[in-house]
Design a protein around this ligand. Structure first.
Ligand code: NOJ
Length: 750
């Protein structure tokens, strides 16, 4: 159930008429050259490079600058725009503020694992305040591309595989960046990206082609963008990728029909970096002029970094190839953002007017986010938490145990590694001299193949009560253009696991990575696994508290962990197909009788060498306590279109420690006008329970929540039978059912 920030919507609605008047009045005074200038965003880079832009800014040839983060340079350029250009139109200053600015939160995929819009909103707010204080007024976030392929390096920046979760958390980020009022000091414009379909890149190779049928696009890839638009996101960025033969940057269907005509978006659409001239590299256009024409007509308002609009648009207008109405609409969208941001009234960097959050509090937010993002994948025999009283010594081993920079993850231009608390440091800070710590790096980097450090690792494990291995991927192995074909632990890390295992001590892995990894070959040699993503500045402090039981893990997987990379794409909300697999109808490769012509189990949809189940499903995440779900009840088993029903369960903490649980509601529409996913997440609640405590957890399910795009790609709510499940993962078993009926039909109560 998506709750839209109506405060944001109402605010922009209230000022819409005034905004329109201001935009129109200014447009009326602009020359064509000045209009085209607004559509031009240039790279600022370091101070020296940025200053080169002064003449162009003075001439009215620049609407936005990106990557300048020195407040004095921002002010200097802004002064030229405001005081020396003919119309005094202020500049936008854009920057990739993706998961924090100075204080770095977990990568977005880690934040998604919190299933906590509140902490995600707070994190974005902190990032906005830090960025605004140096002059950034526009971030290129959130990235809300649905990502079902862990090979894709940019899955790190995504909010995972689920449209509902990504919608909710994407909106939370927009709210955090933009606040209730974009004009308030400390608020910055958000940018929902990459519109659209980027996450479906063939074989997870970044920038590769995507082929997404319209029905799939509308049901899976577009909902987070729709939610962001409804929440008042100021801008959108087009994707680098080719969508069904028309690159997103020239895709009229996406940018005009869906975004403007259907959704009523009135903000600004920016291209990705040079994605306009790349239309010719794609082979859609033959030259820059054609590329600029296609992009402008499709509805790309601003050209990021390429200069092609500045070079081509005037001639294209003269030649009648691009209408003035297209230019005016683009410029109106850009001016609207500048007015909404209050830049005409407050163009300069004024940190003194901004709400401040003390460093300590910002670090606490980063720590909370990290605590709630680390997923306990496995915990055999309750090996975790380690007891600081019974564990007298630990071996801390691995290339990522003490790496202040690597734990920050991708896209942290402005992050300050000096603030980082590493895992090793976190353990030392928490335990002091209470526990003896033997630290062995063992591998130089996560990719190293040399095993020369392994003897020392084995010796340390042998001499200690437990071994904690900090494994995974360095930051550079994920993010833009950093895709992998093999998503196992890189280098000799799997060997390191087996080596340390030989010491016969409990072995706990803390895995830092920018994507789900295939852990199949090491999982049996590990007693417990905490999957920490890249947890950000306070990652190590959070990990120490989780390892030693100060706090219980509570995160849930926002993306499926495959058993083998060949299973990709594998996601929980798949379609069933006509021959679904089951334990009875599947046989694994080693069990097939020799010289068999046919297996006896029948023909179903799975891999002989991987089965059909993932290693860990979406929504999975263990705790140090146990939870029991019971007494599922629906207030109505017949739901009329237009109404809502309430689903409730009793949730009991049956273990010994207080902990958060994320209760999840899944629904299945049994028969549809188009085939429907086997399960879809429709609600979740994060609740804290003391040992022995029981709470009733309720979910409201409206008939609108059951809408989908049908055979002719219009949105429908279709009467029929539904199943639902509530529990602790996408494999929840507690089950109920209801019927959806026409508005006028009888409504039965149980
Ligand atoms: C390219 C990336 O695809 C995009 O996400 C980013 O915002 C821009 N570069 C600007 O850095």
């Amino acid at each position: 159930m998506i709750t839209v920030n109506t405060a944001v919507a109402e605010h922009s609605h209230d000022t819409e008429a005034t905004l329109d008047r201001r935009v129109e009045a200014l447009l009326g005074r602009m020359t064509l050259a000045e209009k085209i200038g607004q559509m031009n965003q240039l790279f600022g880079g370091d101070g020296a490079a940025a200053r080169v832009l002064r003449d162009d800014i003075r001439a009215g040839n620049v609407g936005a600058v990106l990557n300048v983060v020195e407040p004095d340079v921002v002010d200097e350029l802004q002064r030229v725009a405001v005081e020396q250009s003919r119309l005094g139109i202020p500049l936008l200053f854009g920057r990739d503020v993706i998961h924090g600015f100075r204080t770095v939160l977990p990568i977005p995929l880690g934040q998604a694992a919190t299933f906590n819009p509140g902490i995600v909103r707070d994190g974005a707010r902190v990032a906005a305040l830090e960025a605004a204080a140096v002059g950034v007024n526009w971030t290129f976030a959130p990235m809300i591309d649905i990502a079902r392929d862990p090979r894709w390096g940019r899955i790190a920046e995504s909010l995972g595989e689920d449209p509902y979760l990504a919608s909710l958390l994407g909106v939370a980020m927009v709210e955090g960046f933009q606040g209730d009022d974009l004009a308030a000091p400390g608020a910055i414009a958000a940018c929902a990206k990459h519109f659209a379909g980027y996450g479906a890149a063939e074989s997870g190779r970044d920038y590769a082609t995507t082929n997404i049928p319209e029905n799939e696009l509308r049901n899976v890839y577009l909902p987070p963008f729709r939610a962001a638009v409804d929440a008042g996101v100021a801008t959108l960025m087009t994707s680098f990728s080719d969508l069904n033969g028309v690159p997103a940057t020239a895709n009229t269907f996406l940018l005009r029909q869906v975004l403007r005509d259907e959704w009523g978006f009135r903000g600004c659409v920016v291209s990705d970096w040079s994605s306009i001239p790349q239309l010719s590299v794609h082979g859609l256009t033959a030259c820059d002029a054609d590329a600029a024409q296609e992009a402008a007509i499709a509805g790309v308002d601003m050209d990021m970094a390429s200069g092609v609009y500045a070079a081509q648009l005037a001639r294209l207008v003269e030649q009648g190839r691009v209408g003035l109405d297209v230019i005016d609409a683009a410029v109106a969208g850009i001016l609207r953002i500048k007015f909404r941001l209050g830049l005409f009234e407050r163009p300069y960097v004024e940190p003194q007017t901004m709400p401040t959050v003390a460093l300590d509090e910002r670090l606490q937010i980063a720590k909370q986010a990290a605590l709630q993002s680390v997923v306990l994948l496995k915990n055999d025999a309750g090996i975790l938490p380690l007891s600081p009283t019974q564990t007298k010594s630990v071996a801390v081993i691995g290339p990522l145990a003490d790496e202040p920079y690597e734990q920050l993850g991708t896209w942290i231009f402005d992050g300050d590694p000096a603030l980082s608390v590493t895992g090793l440091q976190g353990i030392r800070d928490l335990l002091g001299s209470q526990v003896e710590i033997r630290y062995v790096r063992a591998l130089e980097t996560s990719r190293s193949r040399s095993t020369t450090g392994f003897d020392a690792a084995l010796a340390a494990a042998y001499a200690s009560d437990a071994a904690i291995l900090f494994l995974g991927e360095e930051s550079i192995l994920s993010g833009e253009a950093h895709s992998r074909a093999d998503i196992g632990l890189p280098g000799a890390q799997a060997e390191l696991v087996r080596c340390v295992r030989a010491a016969g001590k409990p072995v706990v892995a803390v895995i830092l990575a920018g994507r789900p990894l295939v852990l199949t070959d090491v999982i049996d040699d590990l007693d417990a696994v905490l999957f920490a993503w890249h947890p950000g500045t306070m990652g190590g402090a959070a990990l120490a508290e989780l390892l030693f039981g100060v706090e219980s893990p509570s995160a849930k997987l926002p993306v499926t962990f495959p058993r083998a990379v060949g299973q990709v794409p594998i996601h929980y909300n798949q379609k069933q197909g006509g021959k679904p697999p089951s334990p009875e109808t599947t046989i694994l490769i080693d069990d097939i009788p020799v010289r068999a012509r046919q297996t006896s189990v029948g023909n179903t949809s799975y891999h002989l060498d991987a089965g059909y189940r993932p290693l860990f499903p979406f929504g999975h995440g263990l705790s140090y306590t146990t939870f029991e779900y019971s007494n599922l009840r629906l207030d109505h088993t017949v739901l009329r279109i237009g109404d809502a029903l309430t689903v409730s369960v009793d949730l009991t903490n049956t273990g010994l420690v207080a902990a958060d649980e994320v209760a999840q509601l899944y629904v299945r529409d049994l028969v549809g006008n188009v085939t429907r996913p086997v399960r879809e997440l429709k609600g979740f609640r994060r609740v804290r329970l003391a040992p022995g405590e029981t709470v009733a957890v309720s979910f409201r399910l409206g008939s609108d929540d059951l809408a989908f795009f049908g055979r002719n790609n219009t949105e429908i709510v279709e009467p029929g039978e539904f199943h639902l499940w509530v529990g602790s993962s996408s494999e929840a078993r507690l089950h109920g059912a209801f019927s959806l009926v026409d508005a006028g039909a009888e409504r039965a109560t149980p």
